[in-house]
Design a protein around this ligand. Structure first.
Ligand code: FEO
Ligand code: CA
Ligand code: CA
Length: 631
């Protein structure tokens, strides 16, 4: 996250100017040499000459298939909190047989932690809040019977396991710990009251029998990744919401929008609709439209009602990466994680008010949404680059008219995917996280993989250069004029993941910065630290066989954005995804999530009890010498 530090406000004040200067200093050579900013070899040379040193101060570690977290020598990884941990002393402890009730789970740490942000207290360096997403739940561990929900109570427990957990953390002797019973500890789960605001609030498609106003909804769930605003609030992004809906009428005909968003009669096996009519499209069709948004939460006000910000569009949101424009407005970059879906950006209408944080309370309700269109690029096999444009998704523009089926701005936002198609946006290889460099403002986006690339409607080319894209790539772009207001940009691929051991001489061997010692697949999580190191987290095939031989468990790597060098920093336990990243303000603690260890069995992480269930956990990584992580 570009603002995931305690010095957000300070940084924001100088960001535009610094970003411009930084870009000039780093890229001047590239600029003069060809007009294309993204010549990596030139950039690498100039940086190497300027600094004479590397950004990465640790040695790449080997891969692993062990059921534990491995970090470089001199580092340690500790559990901060795990799924099911009571947030308050009067809540029952986590039970390894799955018999905790829904009521317990509503006041315990949620399951499958994903994106998260760190909010330091202004006047106490040893206290902070963390807002942490709980994306989904594993029924084999959540419920005593280990199957999909069989009752309304099972559904309530599943809803309780998802959403967001806000916790206080305190630092003692240099180590951060969870603070049970803090007045700030809070669960915002799948049944929590939430307000809907922005242009789509109150639209007929958002009204239900339970809420005739279309402005009050129960719950946020499938909370994937996140963002942090410069005014101190948390953004949680609703991703695979359609999986929670199904239809008790098997003969139902889904309309074009429902089909495009991927609903199924069977709810991908979640079965909530069989026990709670809210999730039954046959009975409550509009409930589906009330999910798939970005939700804003004020962690420092435990009594506050979270708000769904409809101006940012409705799709399968991965994260929200924030930056500022030269004139002080806020830009939000967002990916829609599905094969062939789009990348978006939102620009606020009004300027950010650094002096009065509360004045920004509704900043995200007014602005302009854009979708990205990429050209074919230069076709270079190792390092393709090209240009792109942002196309405005505003009613009355670019064919988004009533005659073409878009009746209002609300209609466009609710059906952002349909609007993107109408304006010719580029179908991407599953956009996951986006991160903005604190050094030069370049924007990075993980395109995790895409088995459908090369099939109908998803031609090979541009930033999606490989058919049946097994391994994924990291896309990067620079806004023209180094200003988020720009509607055009230059792009390149920062890396293409691959397996050089299995594919020595074909496009699946990866880009030049991938080798047998740092290879991985399916880049997903992404984040910068203050020094500009790029951290890459994976959610891929961990079979360690065939196309994935030698890659081991999912992992976290660290890259030098200027040279392209990438080293493996951490490997997770069996069956996990590594996701969610944030840092303490002093950069001496790195927080990272182990999500769904043992998803298919085979793990008892982190407690390793013979009779125990694996538990998703937040890890805190520190250095034995107390130094800066990665340096
Ligand atoms: Fe929740 Fe696209 O990962
Ligand atoms: Ca993800
Ligand atoms: Ca993923």
């Amino acid at each position: 996250m570009s603002y995931d530090t305690p010095t957000d406000l300070e940084r924001l004040a100088g960001l535009s100017r610094r970003r411009f200067i930084g870009a000039g200093a780093l890229c001047g050579a590239a600029l003069f040499l060809g007009g294309n900013l993204l010549s990596r070899s030139v950039l690498a040379d100039s940086v190497a000459r300027a600094s004479g040193s590397t950004l990465l101060g640790f040695d790449s570690i080997p891969t692993s298939t062990a059921d534990t977290v491995i970090v470089p020598p001199g580092y340690r990884a500790s559990v901060l909190i795990s799924w099911g941990e009571p947030l308050f002393s009067d809540v029952p402890a986590f039970k390894h047989d799955g018999t905790n009730t829904a009521e317990d789970q509503e006041r315990q740490f949620g399951d499958n932690n994903d994106g998260m942000s760190f909010f330091p207290f202004p006047n106490d360096p040893d206290r902070a809040l963390m807002a942490i997403n709980n994306e989904y739940t594993n029924y084999r561990y959540l419920l005593p019977h280990g199957k999909a929900p069989q009752s309304a109570d099972d559904v309530r427990k599943a809803l309780a396991a998802e959403g967001v957990s806000v916790i206080e953390v305190r630092r003692v002797d240099g180590q951060w710990h969870f603070a049970r019973d803090s007045e700030y500890n809070r669960r915002i789960h799948g049944n929590a009251p939430i307000r809907i605001s922005g242009p789509a609030a109150g639209h007929d498609l958002l009204k239900t029998e339970a809420d005739a106003t279309g402005t009050q909804v129960l719950g946020t769930f499938q909370n994937c990744a996140n963002g942090k605003t410069p005014w101190g609030t948390y953004l949680t992004c609703e991703e695979n919401f359609t999986d929670c809906f199904g239809s008790t009428d098997a003969a139902i005909t889904f309309n074009a929008a429902q089909k495009r968003y991927g609903v199924t009669v069977e709810s991908k096996g979640n079965n909530w609709h069989l026990h709670n009519a809210r999730f039954d499209i046959a009975k409550t069709p509009n409930e589906l439209n009330r999910h798939g948004w970005v939700v804003e939460i004020d962690p420092f006000d435990p009594a506050s009602t979270p708000v769904k910000r409809t101006a940012l569009g409705r799709f399968k949101h991965e994260n929200a990466a924030l930056a500022t424009t030269r004139d002080g407005r806020v830009v939000v970059y967002m990916g829609d994680d599905e094969r062939g879906e789009f990348i978006y950006k939102f620009i606020t209408r009004d300027r950010f008010n650094a002096a009065t944080p509360k004045a920004n309370r509704d900043l995200l309700d007014h602005g302009t949404l854009y979708v990205a269109k990429f050209d074919e690029g230069d076709g270079n096999a190792n390092h393709p680059k090209g240009r792109g444009q942002w196309i405005e998704l505003t009613h009355g523009k670019n064919g988004l008219t009533t005659e073409n089926g878009f009746n209002s701005q609300a209609d466009i936002l609710i059906h952002a995917r349909l609007a993107g198609t109408k304006v010719g946006a580029t179908r991407m290889d599953r956009p996951e996280w986006i991160a903005v460099s604190p050094k030069d403002g370049q924007v990075y986006c993980t395109l995790t993989n895409n088995s459908k690339r090369g099939g109908e409607g998803q031609p090979v080319g541009g930033p999606n250069p490989r058919a049946n894209n097994l391994y994924g790539q990291i896309l990067r772009w620079r806004e023209h004029g180094d200003d988020g207001l720009a509607t055009t940009f230059d792009w390149d691929l920062f890396l293409m993941a691959g397996n050089p051991a299995v594919h020595p001489e074909d496009p699946y061997d990866g880009s030049e910065n991938i080798n047998a010692n740092n290879m991985f697949n399916s880049p997903d999580g992404l984040g910068f630290d203050d020094a500009g190191r790029l951290w890459v987290l994976t959610d891929g095939d961990d079979s360690n066989k065939g196309e994935y031989a030698g890659m081991g468990n999912n992992q976290m790597l660290c890259a030098n954005p200027d040279t392209g060098e990438i080293r493996r920093f951490m490997v997770g336990p069996v069956g996990c995804e590594v996701t969610g990243i944030t840092f303490s303000p002093d950069q001496r603690s790195l927080f990272v999530n182990i999500q769904h260890p043992g998803e298919e069995g085979g793990s008892t992480f982190p407690e390793h009890r013979p009779d125990g269930r694996p538990r998703s956990s937040v890890m805190v990584i520190t250095r034995d010498d107390g130094g800066i992580i990665g340096a």
